[in-house]
Design a protein around this ligand. Sequence first.
Ligand SMILES: O=C(O)CCC(=O)C(=O)O
Ligand SMILES: [Fe+2]
Length: 725
Amino acid sequence: FQFAPPRSSSSILTRFPEEVGQTFLHPQLLSSSCTVRSKIIAIQSTIGNGENYNDFDDDEGMLTNEIQPIIGNNWMKRSSSIDFMPAELTNSNSGSDDESIYMDVGINGNTFGTADLSRRMHEAMMTVATKSYPGGNVPQELRDVYLLYAMDATAKEAVKVAMDSNGYALNLGKDEAMQDEGAWGQIDNVVLLDPTSGQPTKGDDGSNVYNSFVEAISKGGWEPGEGYSFIVREVPARKKAMDLEALLRALDPDGTLWDEAKKQGILLPGEEIDSLKQLAMDCEQRVKSAPFEATDEAKVFRGGSSKGYNVISRSALRKSNRNTDGSENETTLLHVMDSLANHGCLIVDLTDGDASTYDATIMSEMWDTTASFFDLAMNDETMRNSIPPMQQAEGVGSSHAMVGFASFKDGDNQFLETRIRRSDGALLPSETSTIVGEDGAKILADAFHVMAEVGKDIVRIATAASSVDVNAFVVKGSSFVMSQEEEGSPSIAGLSFDEASVSGFVDEESGPCKEDMNRGKVLASNAALLLTDEIIDDGKPLLTNEINRNEGPVSMSPHRMCRYSNSNKSTNKKEVISEIFGAHTDTSFVTIVPAAKVSGLEVFDEDSLQWYRPELNARKHAKTLDPKGNMDGLFPWHSRYLIVMPGELLQLTSRNNIPAAVHRVVASVESPRLSAPVLLRARPGTQMNVERYLGSLDKADSLLLECNEMKMEEIHDALQQSSKS
Ligand SMILES: O=C(O)CCC(=O)C(=O)O
Ligand SMILES: [Fe+2]
């Protein structure tokens, strides 16, 4: 926690600047009823004499926390002892936002412009006072008060700015007495500064240093307009939730970092992702900033109390669970959005809490098939040789449609990439069925469809929610015209909105009414449904002839059988758990990872800013649902659950409401992990038609406008950054 004193003149504290004084006029300054604390407590002086002053920029001495603070440097550190506070209050390390702490602060009067600020403060007070006394004769007593006040309040303002720029706030609370001069901290040492050189100078009585403002004035003869440096101790402070923009400004006053960040494609506060290139670069940036280290099951984050960590029932996602008017169910929508936007994944219970076993049984059979595939691939030479290596799927013409087997990291990573052939639903590479049998191949395809359908439902909900969010389908008066049409009223049907308004059916003055808004929700959901049916590649032929397409014979959405192990060949032999499939985002709408028996998928949780292992959360849910494992005979616990992560294409259609999940796989030396994710991608040949799927172009952001009328495979390619695997 502790702030080390600044090590050089380029530290944050010495950089901020000019702003001092702009908001200095505390309302109390202009009232003469303020109470003067009779004596400012002088606590032990920490400096001996003026000899130290030439050492201001000495880095050496500033490296430890125990060195004597020197007046004239800007620094800040947590107060070491507060004699009048109970220990538990001074040493709390809970890190909560409103935690009250005490800080010792050293302020350089030159950096903070104490000369100018005190002059202006004093002038302001005297101007008011002169007006309120006959003949401008301000009593001496009051002049003394103003003098002290100018010095003290200036110091307080400087400390406020110093804290502000470092993520802290003065925490004076509502206590009036605390607002008074001297009461906000213990003034320790005060050093007067020469008006011309800005160097420390002796006061009238020849002293180098004073123990209080009262002394600096009465003995040193300080006057407003003369600068001074000081140390103040035990200033009540609290950690502030820091505004990113303010932080950046404080760190980077001349904009060098900003320019550099722009060059690297880092999104800056207040900036939006406004192109595919920017989206790809931002994902890459988020991937890079996720920590590399891995921890084992016992320590890793397994979800918190927010709704988004909860498991959702399969049936809640279906379009049949929408409201009767066809708008999305609000409870489901909020759950889905919280999970995807804040925690990087949504856990789905395929059994609806044991109500249905159909899908979970398919998943269970898929797990058996996957296990037997790797069994044979690892142990049976003939079988292994019969699997084709990873290669482009024939006849697709997309470099992204691969099928086949690949092994990396000395066999620690093994993948079988499979795809459905659209015409007959067969699984490619066709050799898969030689290994797992016709039934096995069929089970894999069935499991693919179970997962794809869940994915499509989630994309529908998230896309609809994001369209509703910007009123993309809200048209004033639409509810009226539409409902009339539906009832088949001959007098209205066929009228355009404009004509309706001319005829007086629509009130020109008001905005869209509640019915228009509701209508917008229905249209948003229907359009999102259309998007999932037409654009998402579920391995089936397109059902409609309404759109142009050239969808190709093989699905763009792969179903990957993976085996991850950790033979600990990494450089650090002591690692028992480590990244085996590094952090990345997927170019998919969603990636559906069926919860594996051995946990290992980690999602970077944007809310808690740590790696989250959803499989452990799913396991906990299974334990609660079925503590005795009664269903284990039917299917293993994990075949109930799917973990659905948003990909880059959903980031696009959700208008950046949902960032593509940064995720990775970790593996421990103890047990290999089998996995079988589906990456739900876009049907080749289809076009992103913003108006058809996402509503009014007026409500589309520049990212969507760029994609409008692009082919989905072009969008896919544009999202591939060179550094991506
Ligand atoms: O196997 C997993 O659990 C995840 C794999 C993955 O992230 C991917 O294939 O893109
Ligand atoms: Fe992935």
